[in-house]
Design a protein around this ligand. Structure first.
Ligand code: ATP
Ligand code: FE
Length: 351
């Protein structure tokens, strides 16, 4: 099967072509991502109206690029997969309208994919991981532990009850006057800092289960900053580095402990991470050590496939098309779409 994937649920417009021959490793023939960071930079966050317009303007171009780079035409495809939610509705709509137009014009099957399913199935695209496995999705917008038992069988074990960790990194960067996105800049500062000097809380560690919380941590950083600045007129360089290190280690501690619990209660062969925060070197190193100790394979897909992209949507489309067939033209864009809820449309048959 050769599928085109389209993704436009947040601030990246993306298109990709993935081919899979059963028994062989999937082939990413092309993967085009057009970010919108510059468009939103002045506003300190993604502006939905700007994002929607940019997606609408760019999605056709992304599709053209993806087909050109794959050296294929529409006639070479077996289907079109598109993110149908969850996400900013204007953006999701741009992708869904584009996919429907293409499907209508070509007669190709249309497959609506949950964005989170795309992330969750990425370890199968990159490493052919067998079901079941555990997945930790840690990004700017999401934080959840998933047990993955099949292309449509996801169980949410727990997750953040407030902010996503990426969001916390971004807010911490903001209060410490570091550049956005906050993850990489806080990490770079943390490298120069002493994580033990400033004590920060470890939210929810005293509670059973796998839920996490990051908003209190962010407030604690703000308070520590004010204490450090008191009477000094500004934040000392070393104080800032120490605060970044303390914050990063606190996030890593919480994520590691909850991961340990999830892996203990759900023994699986593989634990995989996805999302921008999975790029963090301390979090990666700590999870690697944790999995080594438990005898579990740890997997962190390459960053380009960890963050938003359309190859994961094309791949999830391939797996789900085989499992349940295509959607019809009634496919709608959904701003909210919990992963354990399946696609309502079940027509056609997989091949
Ligand atoms: P979602 O995919 O959930 O809709 P998103 O598009 O914002 O959200 P990603 O693109 O996966 O998420 O990741 C972006 C987030 O990852 C940002 O919040 C950024 O600060 C964070 N991030 C990137 N690199 C690092 C790093 N090295 N350490 C920590 N966080 C990081
Ligand atoms: Fe995402």
């Amino acid at each position: 099967l050769t599928l085109l994937g389209i993704e436009s649920s947040c601030d990246d417009t993306a298109a990709a072509v993935v081919r899979h021959v059963p028994g062989q490793a999937p082939d990413i023939l092309s993967s085009v991502v057009e970010g919108q960071t510059a468009l939103h930079a002045a506003f300190g966050g993604v502006v939905p109206e700007i994002a929607a317009r940019a997606h609408a303007e760019r999605v056709d171009h992304c599709v053209e690029q993806a087909l050109a780079q794959a050296g294929l035409g529409l006639a070479d495809l077996d289907g079109i997969a598109v993110t149908a939610g969850p996400g900013l509705i204007g953006g999701v709509l741009s992708g869904v309208m584009c996919a429907k137009g293409l499907a209508m014009a070509t007669g190709l099957p249309l497959i609506g994919v949950n964005h989170l399913a795309g992330h969750a199935l990425t370890p199968r695209l990159t490493d052919g991981v067998a079901y079941p496995y555990l997945m930790l999705l840690v990004s700017g917008g999401h934080c959840q532990f998933l047990r993955v038992d099949g292309p449509q069988e996801f169980t949410r074990l727990g997750g953040s009850i407030d902010d996503a960790p990426g969001e916390a990194f971004d807010k911490v960067a903001k209060v410490l006057a570091l550049p956005q996105p906050g993850g990489p800049s806080v990490q770079a500062e943390a490298m120069q800092g002493d994580a033990k000097r400033i004590r920060l809380p470890r939210p929810l560690l005293d509670r059973p289960g796998y839920d996490l919380s990051f908003s209190g941590l962010k407030t604690a950083v703000l308070r520590a900053r004010d204490d450090l600045m008191a009477g000094k007129g500004g934040l000392h360089r070393q104080d800032r580095a120490d605060l970044c290190a303390a914050f990063q280690t606190a996030v890593a501690d919480v994520i590691c402990e909850k991961s340990r619990r999830a892996l203990t209660d759900h023994p699986v062969a593989t634990f995989a991470v996805a999302g921008g925060v999975a790029a963090n070197t301390e979090i990666r190193a700590r999870l690697t050590a944790l999995c080594d100790g438990l005898g579990v394979r740890f997997l962190a897909p390459p960053l380009a496939l960890c963050t938003d992209n359309a190859a994961m949507i094309a791949w999830a489309g391939i797996e789900q098309f085989r499992a349940r067939g295509a959607d019809d033209m009634a496919l709608s864009a959904r701003p909210r779409w919990p992963l354990d809820q399946r696609s309502p449309a079940l027509i056609g048959s997989g091949k």
